[in-house]
Design a protein around this ligand. Sequence first.
Ligand code: ATP
Ligand code: MG
Length: 414
Amino acid sequence: MKNVLVRYGELTLKGGNRRQFITKLIQNIKFRMKPYNDKVELIKDNNSCMIKVEDDYLDRLLADLQTVFGIYSLSVVETTSWDFEEITKKVLAMAIESAKEAKTFKLEVKRKDKAYPMTSTEMKQKLAPVVLQNTDLKVDVHNPDLKIEVVVKKDHVDIFHSRIKALKGLPVGVSGRGLSLLSGGIDSPVASFLTMKRGMSVDFVHFMTPPHTSPEALNKVFALAKQVAKYNYQTFNLYVVDFGKMLQELNHIPNQTYKITIMRRMFMRIANRIAKRDHQQALITGESLGQVASQTIESMSVINETSKLPILRPVLTNDKEDIIKISKRINTYDISILPFDDVCSMFVPENPVTKPRPWIAEEQEEAIMWEPILDWTVENEVKKFVFHEGEFVEDTNWSKEIEKEEQNPEQATE
Ligand code: ATP
Ligand code: MG
């Protein structure tokens, strides 16, 4: 058996919400460990928890814990009783074990329980010579190769030599739910990931226009949502909207330089309708200020006008290079760069307007029949997929749900 100490980060600062945050974090950790539930045991403490794990499952557990937001750092620890002789033995064993790679060491002792009969300085003064006499390690207090930490707690002592940095952030689920507009590109999966980092559970919506967009383009979207699923809430939904009819209608707007702008406004209107039914509290996009002609502040304002819900743009201020870096870290990059075009990249007019005016956008919309098409699209062209145990399963009751809601609005289920 190995012991993994899981430290909570920011959570400890959050006053009244703290208990709720920790409860959610523990739930999320337990959910991640579910496939090997019988190999682990979780023991709660105040600002941390300890997970006992069978040796063979240690690496898998460590990898899984590094996908859970709200965890600050991890250590594989040796635990002992307060017995000083036992502590000495374990410290020395750890030093000998690590002395193969390290030349210098530093010892750090902390007493979380001051009732321990020795001070931390006394403990250090007794422990360090044992290491020096029995290994080739030298002391280096500034830049040691090996740092052994001894933490005296209420009923036991933790000894460990490394802190594995985890994701930090807040446990997913404590900041409500958002609906992310997921294209097949690089930016929107990163935006979704960053939203999860602040504790928001993320559902997805994708707009496609078959036959202009290929099945491979849609597969990419499923693959991306799956790839970030390990950071996301336990279960979530992906909506796929066939935007074909609306796109045809957009060919009739008089000023074609507004096509992308109007398309985005339609995306937002449809996303708002879905979010209203599925109770998301915000929309999320991968827009970055100035990244392309359609991502100016003027464009964003004209798009915002069509959304009741706040539109979160987590990568707004990031350079493309930074976004790519994150996408590589979360393994979405290789999927995103697969060469299948989505709606936006295929229908960019020659000179998209960079500073759209709201009244001109409205004029364009007045010239076409968008409202009935929008209703039609929401009622007939939306498919809902639920992510469950690693796979997406289509929820075919979705259309029935809509009928029910419309016939008996006051009975609409939560
Ligand atoms: P991305 O890399 O996320 O595709 P991008 O730089 O290609 O972003 P655009 O194509 O201009 O940017 O799209 C801006 C944002 O609009 C996307 O980040 C995404 O949130 C949303 N979006 C664009 N196309 C679609 C689509 N087909 N379905 C859902 N959302 C989309
Ligand atoms: Mg795109």
